[in-house]
Design a protein around this ligand. Sequence first.
Ligand code: OOG
Ligand code: MG
Length: 262
Amino acid sequence: MALDEKTIETLAKYCEYAEVDNYEITKITDEYPNMTYEDAYNIQWKARENKEKRGTKIVGMKMGLTSQAKMKQMGVSNPCYGYLADYFSLEDGANIKIDELIHPKVEAEIAFVLKHDLKGPGCHIGDVLSATDFILPAVEIIDSRYTNFKFDLKSVIADNSSSSRYVSGGRMRKIQDVDLKTLGVVMRINGEIVQLGAAAAVLGNPATSIAMLANMLSKRGEILKAGTFILSGAITAAVSVKKGDSVNVAFQDLGSLNMRFV
Ligand code: OOG
Ligand code: MG
């Protein structure tokens, strides 16, 4: 069942207001069990359009649920995408105000910055490697608006794939200077190792995730423009944080990122 335009608009506000004012909502498939994946992305794109009308700049894109660790953790079996708004972006060493969030979790990711456009369908890893300007380390702070962080794939897509904040910086590298598969990450919270992994956890190679995004966007006639910043998806499971926590993620060849929840 395709939702009508008015319902899309209502659900876009329902999800986006919860994001802006940080409160929990019931997942939308409870009320609209027959909604489609296209409906879910229509809701996400409508909320994005509403933000842009209010002067918010869209500064990048993200892929989510691209690793087995994440899919298993969330009980979902396919990746999804979302957009990154200007106020999501925080600097390395940031003090992140936890009271502005609902129940945040942190994830270690590789960010790609493009030097050429990428366009699906048929976009593949070779296209991504030749179109990438450089990569950067990133930590995404996800914050589902749904009660107890529980959702299904359609609901999470409508909720902009739980996007909330991200920290990036560290050392930029040309893609040919790193082994994207074996690139290791170590996440520490208050000094204790909580997650470790290698970037191959993301679809065998995080560059594949960028190709998948270009192919998914082509279904809506959208492309990834040169200069776009993209989070390729969590390498490890996401970890909940609380007030006072210090997070440090060390990335092989890319330096490390730090942040504190205050
Ligand atoms: C959905 C977003 C997942 C990732 O990197 O896997 C995501 C969620 O788990 O809430 O950003
Ligand atoms: Mg993520």
